[in-house]
Design a binder for this molecule. Structure first.
Ligand SMILES: C[S@@+](CC[C@H](N)C(=O)[O-])C[C@H]1O[C@@H](n2cnc3c(N)ncnc32)[C@H](O)[C@@H]1O
Length: 272
């Protein structure tokens, strides 16, 4: 491992903050050292000083993206916090009419969240014998995770907890040397619009949503960034639409324009 001095740490954490608003606190310093030491070795460099110079010279921004990718947490799994998918089914799909439902997975990572949404809709359609007119969006700041998401290929162990009937209906199993892999069926992948989006951009080219899944992302942002982001997202949620956060996230002290109606499920308060 290479030694990261205070100046280099400040440069890297500042740059990541300016770009993604991800807050690399002092506690994250060992993570920076371990993850970037690997990258420094790959680049056949000998120190953080050299790496910082390389970053400064990288006008394409590619290395910078790799840096943010290597420092952000992309952990996700299918039907994570399953009560949110129960809510989608019981409250939203059950009450849906003919109008189009717009649903956005706003920190989609490698796609498990949005595919869980698609599968919930498919299951509902099959059980109720009616079509849901839904438009699905999935975005992330990282091109790397989006590429993986749009391929829909996962390790067998990633789907261990997916109920067998769901697994058999919506995934294909690899054969031969790919027998440890599964792939989401094309038909489901085709239902999702994947695109790169930095949540901290000032505006988004998106329609108003019925539901935004913003789970396990704002945990990495500081208070002011959360306030700004939630205020912005308010404009992209229909009145009485929903914002769903991750298990350890909350809007308490962040916004009073939403009401808590379930476990980390918020509803945008009427018209204003
Ligand atoms: C832990 S994953 C959450 C995945 C999924 N929502 C879930 O709950 O399982 C967090 C994701 O947020 C993304 N992210 C971090 N900062 C972001 C930003 N400024 N804009 C968009 N996505 C961001 C990361 O790239 C990462 O894929």
């Amino acid at each position: 491992m290479f030694v990261l001095n205070d100046r280099e740490y400040k440069y890297i954490s500042r740059a990541v903050y300016n770009y993604a608003k991800i807050n690399l606190t002092e506690q994250k310093r060992p993570l920076i050292v371990s993850r970037l030491s690997k990258r420094i070795r790959e680049l056949k460099m000998g120190s953080f000083a050299q790496y910082v110079e390389y970053l400064k010279d990288d006008t394409s921004g590619r290395e910078f993206e790799l840096l943010v990718d290597s420092l952000s947490t992309n952990f996700s799994h299918f039907f994570r916090e399953s009560h949110h998918f129960d809510f989608l089914k019981d409250e939203v799909l059950e009450k849906a009419g003919r109008e189009q439902l717009t649903i956005w997975s706003a920190a989609a990572s490698t796609g498990q969240e949005v595919y869980s949404i698609v599968m919930t809709i498919k299951e509902f359609e099959e059980q109720r014998g009616r079509r849901i007119n839904a438009r699905l969006f999935a975005s992330d700041i990282s091109r790397k995770v989006l590429l993986a998401a749009s391929k829909g290929i996962y390790q067998e162990r990633d789907v261990e907890k997916v109920p067998r009937p769901i697994l058999e209906k919506y995934f294909l199993r690899g054969t031969g040397e790919k027998s440890n892999l599964v792939k989401v069926k094309k038909e489901l992948i085709g239902k999702v619009n994947f695109f790169r989006l930095n949540l901290n951009d000032k505006t988004y080219m998106l329609p108003e949503m019925d539901i935004i899944f913003l789970r396990n992302a704002i945990i990495y942002f500081d208070h002011d960034t959360k306030v700004e982001l939630i205020n912005r997202l308010h404009n992209y949620i229909k009145p009485n639409g929903y914002l769903i956060l991750g298990h350890s996230e909350s809007l308490s002290g962040i916004s009073d324009r939403f009401e808590l109606i379930g476990k980390t499920i918020y509803r945008r308060i009427g018209d204003d």
